[in-house]
Design a protein around this ligand. Structure first.
Ligand code: HEM
Length: 486
């Protein structure tokens, strides 16, 4: 039955005919004066916006964060101010290397980005499902994406490019080991942990700083896919993770994660045996135990994928008083890169898009710019200082000073730290079946790379643990007989 509700042009006028274009005669050509045809095609032609340069394929959901343990002695952030306090959140999960149409069940890192709509502004914790990253110098980030995405000549993904890059970075072995392990393909977004990965800071009302790492511990239990299971799944359903999340929330089976932190004092950081701001390393849980602080629950699906998931803009620069950054230079580069990418991808006023807008009252001197759709602050003066008494900064919110010394130089970060210890520990903690899966997964993934690259990887694994190198060499088959030199 045809609805009586009219369809409208963008200017609000009713559309006369949405089935037949205006033509010169019954069999004649289209007329340019058919403004509805022009409007409809022109809008369609602009529907695609740039995808995220990485983490392009993703799914999101709304939910709630509830404080379960009091950490107000460590942070003045009001979202943690009392047990039972609830803060609305929006979470986006993603794969990293695939484009917007990529299959979900691929062996890849998963993004785990959380936006807390706190009463003091939005705090974004933009993390992954792994506690570490491939490297510790942000200059490598564009290279990582060029290596894992498509080859410039063929337009195809290239095992050679991917593994050539990874194996030339000794500090990548920790993350590569996790990625090639059983956890490299989560069964769904509901069945994996999340990590802030970097070291952040918490600052309390007395102005004392502690360093922290954030962990979302999955309450559904960890579950993963084997390569063969993932291949069958992708053959049947490229959207398996997105569908799983959507259907679970629709049926009221709300996924939950426990938010926990590890904490290090400034004094401990000064004597910690590794650089505590190195994102290629974990802090041992035996020395820095997990402290539970709250529960994240996802309980509402978006009404519209483009509006809420595609237009979501997370940034590590979105911080609130009481939560700060650290000297981790990767994190420092990210503070710039996300907002910059979003000004390109969504526009300078992307923080006005409802999913990104603060849910607390806020005032700002930012003016104008493309797609300014609110009243642009009307007649309020947009300069500072002014005699009108609008809007003052809050100097009491300045963070305590952080003592820093040393010469400005291009320090070689590889001189300082050991790359092999932690992947070695991870390997030695694996059971025999877990090691077997690591060897087989690695062999399948690296089999498309050249012999030289394969040998380089075996050598790196050997440095972490001789049994790791030997296992990968054996899985790659006859001929890989440790021809490398350590
Ligand atoms: C997405 C840059 C490292 C997690 C992005 C985007 C950029 C970017 C430009 C797209 C943002 C957008 O268009 O909205 C960088 C740079 C890095 C870095 C320059 C290192 C120097 C990391 C690390 C993590 C991470 C270490 C995790 C610990 C994510 C996630 C997303 C993302 C989860 C997707 C967010 C969403 O769902 O919208 N990154 N990134 N990135 N990055 Fe990074």
């Amino acid at each position: 039955m045809r609805s009586k509700i009219p369809l409208h042009h963008g200017n609000g006028a009713p559309v006369a005919d949405n089935l037949n274009i205006l033509t010169a005669g019954r069999r004649g050509p289209a007329l340019l004066q058919d403004v509805w045809l022009i409007e409809k095609l022109a809008h369609f032609d602009r529907e695609v916006i740039p995808e995220r340069r990485m983490h392009a394929k993703g799914s999101g959901a709304h939910g709630t964060f509830t404080v379960t343990h009091d950490i107000s002695r460590y942070t003045k952030a009001r979202l943690f101010s009392q047990i039972g306090k609830q803060t609305p959140v929006f979470v986006r999960f993603s794969t990293v290397a695939g484009e917007r149409g990529a299959a979900d069940a691929e062996r890849d890192i998963r993004g785990f980005a959380v936006k807390f709509y706190s009463e003091e502004g939005n705090w974004d914790l933009v993390g992954n499902n792994t506690p570490v990253f491939f490297f510790r110098d942000p200059l490598r980030f564009p290279d990582l994406n060029h290596a894992v995405k498509r080859d410039p000549r063929t337009g195809l993904r290239s095992a050679e490019n991917n593994w050539d890059f990874w194996t030339l970075l000794p500090e990548a072995l920790h993350q590569v080991t996790i990625l090639m392990s059983e956890r490299g393909i989560p069964r769904s977004y509901r069945h994996m942990h999340g990590f802030g990965s970097h070291t952040y800071s918490m600052i309390n009302a007395a102005g004392e700083r502690n360093w922290v790492k954030f962990h979302f511990r999955c309450e559904q239990g960890i579950a993963n896919l084997r390569d063969d299971e993932a291949a069958v799944l992708i053959g049947n359903d490229r959207e398996s993770h997105g569908r799983d999340l959507l259907e679970a929330i629709d049926r009221g089976d709300f996924p939950r994660w426990t938010l926990a932190i590890q904490m290090m004092t400034e004094a401990q950081a000064r004597t910690h045996r590794h650089n505590p701001f190195d994102v290629t390393k974990v802090w041992p849980k035996g020395e820095y135990p997990l402290m539970r602080i709250g529960t994240l629950e996802l309980n509402r699906n978006p009404e519209n994928y483009f509006a809420e998931v595609e237009q979501a803009a997370f940034s590590p620069a979105n911080l609130v008083p009481g939560i700060g950054v650290s000297p981790d230079r990767m994190l420092q580069a990210r503070l710039f890169s996300y907002g910059d990418a979003q000004r390109y991808r969504l526009g300078v006023n992307h923080l006005h898009i409802p999913v990104n807008a603060p849910q607390c009252p806020f005032t700002s001197y930012h003016r104008d710019g493309a797609m300014r759709t609110d009243g642009n602050l009307g007649a309020t003066p947009s300069f500072y200082p002014n005699s009108h008494g609008v809007w003052e900064d809050q100097s009491s919110l300045n963070e305590p000073g952080l003592p820093i010394d040393g010469e400005a130089a291009h320090w070689d970060h590889r001189d300082e730290d050991d790359h092999w210890e932690q992947p070695g520990i991870l390997f030695r903690n694996m059971s025999d079946p877990e090691r077997a899966a690591l060897f087989a997964n690695t062999a399948r993934q690296i089999s498309g790379a050249s012999r030289a690259v394969q040998e380089r990887h075996i050598a790196n694994c050997h440095r972490a643990d001789p049994a790791y190198g030997a296992g990968v060499a054996k899985a790659l088959g006859p001929g890989h007989t440790m021809q490398w030199k350590v």
